[in-house]
Design a binder for this molecule. Structure first.
Ligand code: UD1
Ligand code: CA
Length: 454
C-alpha cells in the first residue's frame, strides 16, 4: 500500500492582502508550503498539491520533480479540492490530507494519524480550543464516536459550544474517499463542497472513525493573515531557541533570537540579544555572539568571539578569532585561528592565515594573506579596475602602515614593511621597507583665510 498526500493550497489567501500566494509567505525564512513538504519528507509519499490561479508562482519557487501539481480552477470547497487529485491516486493507496497554510505539523503526528487510520477506516486530527470560533466542530455520538463535523456557519448554538475542532488533517483509504467525495453536496451555508461532510457519510456507512488530538494548537494552526503568521513565527522561534538552550547555548533573551535555517552547536555558547542565524550555521563550543549580529551559512570554530553589530556570510572562521564590533565578513572568506577583524572592517573572498590582524576601518577583498600580518587602520585593497577583480597577495609577518592602498594585482612578500600613507602599485620584495609618501614641508608665517566680521 502506497501513501499519497494531498496538500490543499488553492485558496486565495485574501486576508494576506498580498501579491504573493499565501503558501509562499515565509515562516522562519522558509515558505509555509515548504514547511509542510519538509514534514512529509521522511514519510516517502506521492505528493499532490492542489493549487489555484497563482499556481505558476508556487511551482516556480517550490521546484520539486516529485510533486504532482493539480489545478483547481474554481475554489468550490475543500471536498472539491480533494476531488481534483483523487482520479490520479490508486484506489489501494492510503491518503493523507494536509493544508499548505498549516506549516508546523510535526512528522510524528502524521505518523500517529496514519497508524490510527490503518487500525480503523478513517482517522482525524482534532484539537481542543478555548475559543473554537470559525472552526468545524467535532460531533460525537452517545458512544463518544465521531459522527460528523459541522462548520461554524452551519452550526446552531449547542454545536457552537463544542470546543473540540477539526484541524482539517485526516487520513483515509483512497477507495473510501473516492466513494464519499462523489456523494458530496453543496447545500450548506457557504455553498461549498465540504471535505468535512465525508465524516458523516463514513459514519452513516458504519465505518470506524478514529480521532487523535494534536499535541498543541500551534502544530495545527493555519495562517490566514499576517497577524497569525507573526504569532506562529514567534512560537516557532521560541521553540528553536529552547532547543538550542537544551543543547548548551545560553541566551540573554530567548525571545530575541531568530533562527532561519539549521544550527549545529557545541557547548557553552552565548548569544546576546537580537542574534539572527540564517541558512546552515555550524558553531563550535564557547562561541560568543554579540548583540545585533547576523550569521548566515557560516562555520565558527571554538572560542570565536563576534562582537556586536557584525554581519558574517558564507565564511569559515577558525577557533579563537575575534570579529567586530561593526565588522562585515562577506562570502568566501576563510579566517585561520586567532585572526582579529576589528571595527568597520569589510573582508570579501579572502584567505587570512593564523593570527593576522585587521583592526580598524579597512577593506580586504580578493586577498591571500599570510600569518602574523598587521594591517594598519584605513588600508584598502584596490581590487577592481572597473571591469575585472584582481588579487592581492600578502606574505607572513608583513606590516602595513595606516592609510595604505594596495593596487591589485600586487604581491607583498614576507616580512616587508609598508609606511603609512603608501600607495602600493608594484610588487614588494621580502623584508624591504616601502614608502611612497611626499616629504613633509613646513611653511612659516602662514595666514589662514578669515571671515570679515564687520
Ligand atoms: C476548514 C474546515 C474546518 C476546519 C478548518 C481548519 C472544511 C469545509 N472546513 O475550514 O472544519 O476547522 O479548515 O483550519 O473543510 N482550499 C482549497 N480549495 C478550496 C477551498 C479551500 O484548496 O476550494 C484550501 C485552502 O487553500 C486552505 C484549506 O483548503 O488551505 C482550508 O480552506 P478554508 O477555506 O480556509 O477552510 P476553513 O473554512 O478554514
Ligand atoms: Ca482556514
Amino acid at each position: 500500500m502506497a501513501l499519497s498526500v494531498i496538500i490543499l493550497a488553492a485558496g486565495q489567501g485574501t486576508r494576506m492582502c498580498s501579491q504573493i500566494p499565501k503558501v509562499l509567505h515565509p515562516l522562519a525564512g522558509k515558505a509555509l508550503l515548504q514547511h509542510v513538504l519538509d514534514s512529509i519528507a521522511p514519510l516517502k509519499v506521492n505528493c499532490y498539491i492542489v493549487h489555484g490561479h497563482e499556481g505558476a508562482q508556487v511551482q516556480a519557487q517550490i521546484q520539486d520533480p516529485n510533486i504532482y501539481w493539480v489545478e483547481q480552477a474554481k475554489q468550490l470547497g475543500t471536498g472539491h479540492a480533494v476531488q481534483q487529485a483523487l482520479p490520479q491516486i490508486d484506489a489501494a493507496d492510503q491518503v493523507l490530507i494536509l493544508y499548505g497554510d498549516v506549516p508546523l505539523i510535526p512528522t510524528s503526528s502524521l505518523e500517529a494519524l496514519l497508524e490510527a487510520q490503518s487500525a480503523a477506516d478513517l482517522a482525524l486530527l482534532t484539537v481542543d480550543l478555548d475559543n473554537p470560533r470559525g472552526y468545524g466542530r467535532i460531533v460525537r455520538d452517545d458512544k463518544a464516536q465521531v459522527s460528523a463535523i459541522i462548520e461554524e456557519k452551519d452550526a446552531d448554538a449547542e454545536i457552537k459550544r463544542i470546543k473540540e475542532v477539526n484541524t482539517g488533517i485526516l487520513a483515509a483509504r483512497a477507495s473510501d474517499l473516492k466513494q464519499h467525495i462523489a456523494k458530496l453536496k453543496n447545500d450548506n451555508a457557504q455553498g461549498e463542497y465540504y471535505l468535512t461532510d465525508v465524516i458523516a457519510l463514513a459514519a452513516h456507512a458504519g465505518q470506524n472513525i478514529s480521532s487523535l488530538k494534536a499535541e498543541c494548537p500551534e502544530h495545527v494552526a493555519g495562517v490566514n493573515d499576517r497577524v497569525q503568521l507573526a504569532n506562529l513565527e514567534r512560537y516557532y522561534q521560541l521553540q528553536q531557541a529552547q532547543a538550542l538552550m537544551r543543547q548548551g547555548v545560553s541566551m540573554a533573551d530567548p525571545n530575541r533570537v531568530d533562527i532561519r535555517g539549521t544550527v549545529t552547536t557545541g557547548q557553552d555558547n552565548r548569544f546576546d540579544i537580537n542574534v539572527i542565524l540564517e541558512g546552515k550555521v555550524t558553531l563550535g563550543s564557547r562561541v560568543s555572539i554579540g548583540a545585533n549580529s547576523i550569521i548566515r551559512n557560516s562555520e565558527l570554530g571554538d572560542g570565536v568571539v563576534v562582537h556586536p553589530n557584525s554581519v558574517i556570510e558564507n565564511a569559515v572562521i577558525a577557533e579563537h578569532c575575534e570579529i567586530g564590533p561593526f565588522a562585515r565578513i562577506r562570502p568566501d572568506t576563510v579566517l585561520a585561528a586567532q585572526v582579529k577583524v576589528g571595527n568597520f572592517v569589510e573582508i570579501k573572498k579572502s584567505k587570512i592565515a593564523k593570527g593576522s590582524k585587521i583592526n580598524h576601518l579597512s577593506y580586504i577583498g580578493d586577498t591571500t594573506m599570510g600569518s602574523g600580518v598587521n594591517i594598519g587602520a584605513g588600508t584598502i585593497t584596490c581590487n577592481y579596475d572597473g571591469a575585472f577583480k584582481h588579487q592581492t597577495i600578502i606574505g607572513d609577518d608583513v606590516f602595513v602602515g595606516s592609510d595604505t592602498q594596495l593596487v591589485a594585482p600586487v604581491t607583498v612578500e614576507k616580512g616587508a614593511t609598508i609606511g603609512a600613507g603608501t600607495t602600493v602599485t608594484r610588487d614588494i620584495e621580502a623584508d624591504k621597507l616601502v614608502i611612497s609618501r611626499l616629504p613633509q614641508k613646513s611653511i612659516s608665517g602662514w595666514q589662514r583665510p578669515r571671515k570679515n566680521k564687520s
